[in-house]
Design a protein around this ligand. Sequence first.
Ligand code: MN
Length: 736
Amino acid sequence: MVNTDRLNPTVDDVIDEARRYIHDPISLTMIERAANYASVHHAGQFRRSGEPYVVHVINVAYILATLRVGPQTIAAGFLHDVIEDCGISRDELAEEFDPEIADLVEAVTKIGTLKYKGKNDPEYQAANHRKIFIAMARDVRVIIIKLVDRLHNMRTLQFQPEASQKRISSETLDVYAPIAHRLGISAIKNELEDLCFYYLNRDEYYHIAHLVEAKKAERDAAVSTMITEISEMMEEHGIQYRIFGRSKHLYSIYNKMIKKHKRFDEILDLLAIRIITKSELNCYEILGYIHAKYRPIPGRLKDYIAVPKTNMYQSLHTTIIGEDGKIFEVQIRTEEMDAIAERGVAAHWRYKEGVKYDARAEQKEIENKLSWFKNLTTYSEDENENSSASEYMEALQHDVFSASVYVMTPKGRVIDLPNGATPIDFAYRIHTDVGHTAVGAIVNDAMVPLNTELHTGDVVQIKTMKGTGPSEDWLKFVKTNQARNKIRSYLTKKETEAHESRVDEGEKMLADELKKRGFNPKEYMEKKKLENIFKDFRVSNHTDLMYGIAVKSINVTSVCEHLTNQKAHISEKEALSRVLGREAHHRVSKSGLVIPGIESMKMSLAHCCLPVYGEPIKGYITKTEGVKVHRADCPNIADAKARLIDVQWDEGDNERYYDADLSVTARDRSFLLTDIVTVVSQCKATLESINAAVNHDTLTSSIKMVIRVHDISHLDNVIANIRKVESVIIVERTAH
Ligand code: MN
């Protein structure tokens, strides 16, 4: 049944076929040169059938010519195996022919390296396999060459061992036939399906073939009667037409029987007639005449002329009851529609001589027409969350072939990712744990950085190490929200854990301090007592107080004192406010400073060194602005001993915050500033300003910052923690 004994065409046959629609002598010569080049380079190579290898490429070129493709595509058909089998490079082909042909052959070769794992592999997804196939092709012509290549290999599959026959047939049925269908190339799709059917399910194949054969004479007679009747009708109305009977291919009959649970004789369109006419108008005219004469079956009329299928198929379909009750499916279409129905994209693509031919512009046009490509190359769902629907469509139409990247695991599982995705995105797509413990990536056998951009066809392998975790840096380059969210939630969880342990630590520090002073922690750390001092330390809850103690932004000694002197402390404050009123209280401690014995002196903090509560200070008596308070070690007052007086911080005042100037020197690296800012905020200090300058000679970064702190121990804590930041060399306070 399967025709495996075709006569092989010769190079002359290919040229003759091409000459039917290509008349430019330069193009014809180029095709001939490609044929010779293939013969020379494949010389000495043989197929399993025993035939010279070149027979295969001549067949491919011949089928391409029957599809009316352009001269470059026919040439690429002749050359499609020379990179793979003859060790010719793309550049050599570009030099010998032209870059366009070289690119076509290279793309065909690259698709050939795609590994098909088959349905038995649980990771295998046929849909993804088709996607990567299309994405790797990047050009409709490459897909057509590859389909034709596969068609000829399927025609000669009898020479392969049985295991290969089964494997190649399932791949063809899962991947190639659906692509041919989507591209509307039904001639190739039908032949591929029947060949696969034969190799994958020979019993069923023969069963249906016999059923078809048994009824053949009867069907042929019915069809020919109907053809005669319709022909008479056409002549009568003077309409130009071609009419013929057609048979469904076996695999589609089988599918209908299996999927729709129908008996063989129930499959309506076994008797099928096709009428080809001149114009669209003729199609509707013919439909009208046929419906006037024969009873149509309701609900079976389909107008694919007004509403074409996504693969560009156009035709009128109707089902009618013939004279003796036989049922016929009738298809009515124009010559052009028929060409598209048989050859799909290939028909549309057919070489138009004389017209200025622009392969790229034409490919764009086809892609726009084939709405199917839009479904094929959709972004992963989480990628369009942040963009509007119109931006999404625009991006999609921008370049359908590179909208997404498709990469593979070493086992051949296909993973689709948004453009620009990295090994980290890939790792999280495989498994959350793979993402969390990723330490390296191997792409196409080479170790690459984790932020490397992946490309379609890359084989990606992730190296993991137990006990490691994601880095905050990854957030800067991951492209999928999936990876971003997983990294964030991991980091947050870790931070929470760290925070919790700090809170425990703070509780322990406070308990120890109380014990040291002879107080019972149980008694003094009771909920009510702690709540009473929250305001004193500018915290709103237990957790913040203990955390502050642990990171030393809150002085544990001071907390201890407040807790144990709660009564006295509160009553002292109350008494003070009763006597002086709120304003008076504030005025006294406004600067946070007192000079022993001179309560009312005008005092302010010097701007040059910005002293912080609790550190050693000196007062400098100015002529007009009262006392300026400097750090004891401020260089600006070193030579002015005569005008200095002793000053003290007002111990009753802990409401104020103080600015401090810091200068940080560090080896320059990515995310340095981010890390420093994070540390500052983790220490509960406020960042007032930050400035960084990079010295490109020393590759160091010089950072000036102003932070707002509670007191000197808070500041010391911040400085200590900035020193711990990776690549930080020096942290110092500055004076101007
Ligand atoms: Mn081949």
